[in-house]
Ligand binder design. Structure first.
Ligand code: FES
Length: 164
């Protein structure tokens, strides 16, 4: 994000240093993620320690420090979903997307397919435990997930099976 755009965002806030989440939310919405350099500039402009901004960016699952794919799939790994088979869901998604789980450098689990169509992430709880296991694709929640119904769900977002 260029500095001018960042200045415009900051100018919308009366006491910007107390509105970090709002400012970072706008950056995330515009860029799809929060670029590292933008955080550094923000830190200088608002005189807020960079470590504090990183702390916020890594604490809230809404924020991402690296670019994500066209569609973000988030698997709930909270207790209820874990008990009901979230690990199987995650493994099935890895297989379907041809990617392998790993923690990203910001400490979050987040991995994007080579064609940049999908990003796979995990989260703690969506507050929909009665429908466990649950996943979210972009803003849409899908409950009672099974490895068998995942192809149907992802097909809504342009996923196609590739036979090896
Ligand atoms: S534990 Fe998954 S929605 Fe609550």
């Amino acid at each position: 994000m260029d500095e001018k755009t960042l200045d415009i965002i900051i100018s919308r806030y009366e006491a910007p240093a107390g509105r970090l989440l709002g400012i970072m939310g706008e950056i995330q919405n515009q860029e799809g993620y929060i670029p590292r350099e933008t955080l550094e500039i923000l830190s200088v402009k608002l005189e807020v320690p960079l470590s504090q901004l990183y702390g916020l960016a890594t604490f809230y699952s809404f924020f991402s420090l690296k670019p994500v794919g066209d569609h973000v799939i988030t698997v709930c790994m909270g207790t209820a979903c874990h008990v009901k088979g979230a690990v199987k869901i995650l493994k099935a998604l890895e297989e379907m997307l041809g990617i392998k789980s790993e923690a990203s450098e910001d400490g979050k689990f987040s991995i994007t397919t080579e064609d940049k169509k999908f990003t796979l992430e995990i989260a703690r709880c969506f507050g929909a435990c009665s429908m466990a296991p649950v996943l979210r694709v972009d803003g849409n929640l899908y409950g009672y997930a099974t490895p068998e119904n995942l192809p149907g769900i992802l097909a809504e977002y342009g996923w196609e099976r590739h036979e090896n």
